[in-house]
Design a binder for this molecule. Structure first.
Ligand code: FES
Length: 106
């Protein structure tokens, strides 16, 4: 069972932005999309690009290295069914944002 780690204050990540945080043994990219938070491992399955630095459009992030695109809710590649990024549960409690220390089962 995962534990949760506080990574930021609730208002530290404005809508439309992302930031990477160390969470346990992972680096996790946290995205704020219209006030809803999504968390994926900050490593693109292609060659490890930092998706927290990618382009965000709607609920899709585009890897900054070679432009593979991923759905932030599912972690799945949007243009094929052969790659995905592990997802992490996010909880907002009080004024803090918390991320699970282990990924969700895919
Ligand atoms: S490392 Fe992400 S598309 Fe290549």
């Amino acid at each position: 069972m995962s534990e949760f780690v506080r990574v930021a204050a609730r208002d530290a990540l404005p809508p439309g932005s992302a930031h990477a945080f160390p969470v346990g043994r992972y680096e996790v990219a946290l995205f704020n999309i219209d006030g809803k938070f999504y968390a994926l491992e900050n490593s693109c399955p292609h060659q490890g690009g930092p998706i927290a630095d990618g382009w965000i459009e709607g609920r899709t992030v585009t890897c900054p290295w070679h432009a593979w695109c991923f759905d932030l809710q599912t972690g799945k590649m949007t243009l094929g069914d052969f790659a995905w990024i592990p997802r992490f549960e996010v909880r907002v409690e009080g004024d803090g944002i918390y991320i699970a220390t282990e990924p969700l089962a895919s």
